[in-house]
Design a protein around this ligand. Structure first.
Ligand SMILES: O=C(O)CCC(=O)C(=O)O
Length: 260
């Protein structure tokens, strides 16, 4: 069993100090509740403060990495570090960092699909690398928000044997039904657990209604965190993935030579 804590937090717009503090508190709480892994939402350092990235983005992710490595060691907890705005070589990125309980950086990912309706691509550069890693002894993958609309990209990651897909998001309230359906579909087609953490609260343009979800490999919703700021826990038995994959061998039956 893997006990996963979903940190469905509000993100204070353009106020990294307050947001770092909150991530520290949620990590402590997750450790007190004996979670193996804690998961945070997208862009938790700044929110979508895209016009202020020059002042606010974390240079090379240094502050975030130092903070998360110290937290993971102090509380002996694995961290799926949501994502943060970073600055690297004169460009900005929406970056995800994963840490194990010894404080090792296990994986780093820059959001691959940028969300035009929020003007993301005008400010942020896209990544082009996969995000597959071992965490809490389970092969896993992680993507960021809009990435879940691209099943080919998720399959590219998941077909490497990942059994849990982590999703970190700032998904607006008006499309929350699509969020749920997309996550259930990604769980079914990849025959994997999906653990997806969305923020709550609002920024200048959007309201965010949470509904962080844990979905089983048959697409069944195991946990819906509702709309309030909260830390919620789910126990996951990854053996269920092997059972489901044994019943319908979707990965073995793929015909990639036909796909464009
Ligand atoms: O795809 C959507 O509807 C929302 C995506 C989004 O808000 C994001 O990627 O930040």
């Amino acid at each position: 069993m893997v006990k996963i804590a979903l940190a469905q937090m509000d993100v204070i717009f353009a106020e990294p100090e307050k947001n770092f503090e909150k991530v520290g508190e949620f990590t402590k709480l997750a450790a007190e509740k004996k979670a193996d892994v804690v998961v945070f939402p997208e862009m938790w350092n700044t929110g979508y403060a895209l016009s202020n990235l020059t002042e606010l983005a974390d240079s090379d992710g240094k502050r975030t990495k130092k903070f998360l490595t110290e937290l993971s060691k102090k509380y002996q907890i694995n961290i799926v570090g949501g994502s943060v705005a970073t600055a690297k070589s004169g460009k900005f990125y929406n970056s995800n960092y994963i840490f194990d309980t010894d404080g090792n950086l296990v994986s780093h990912y820059d959001k691959v699909h940028l969300f035009g309706p929020m003007d993301e691509e005008k400010f942020i550069s896209s990544g082009a690398s996969e995000n597959v890693f071992e965490l809490a002894d389970v092969k896993s993958a992680a993507v960021i928000c809009y990435d879940i609309r691209f099943p080919e990209w998720l399959c590219t990651n998941m077909k490497q044997g990942a059994k849990i897909l982590y999703v970190v998001a700032e998904w607006p309230e008006q499309r929350i039904e699509q969020w749920k359906i997309l996550l259930q579909a990604r769980a079914i087609e990849n025959q994997a657990f999906v653990v997806a953490v969305n923020r709550v609260g609002h920024d200048l343009n959007n309201r965010f209604s949470g509904h962080s979800l844990a979905v089983g490999p048959l697409g069944n919703i195991l946990l819906d965190a509702g709309e309030a700021e909260s830390l919620q826990l789910i126990d996951i038995d990854v053996n269920q993935v092997d059972i489901v994959r044994g019943q319908i061998p979707v990965f073995a039956d793929r015909r990639p030579e036909l796909y464009h």
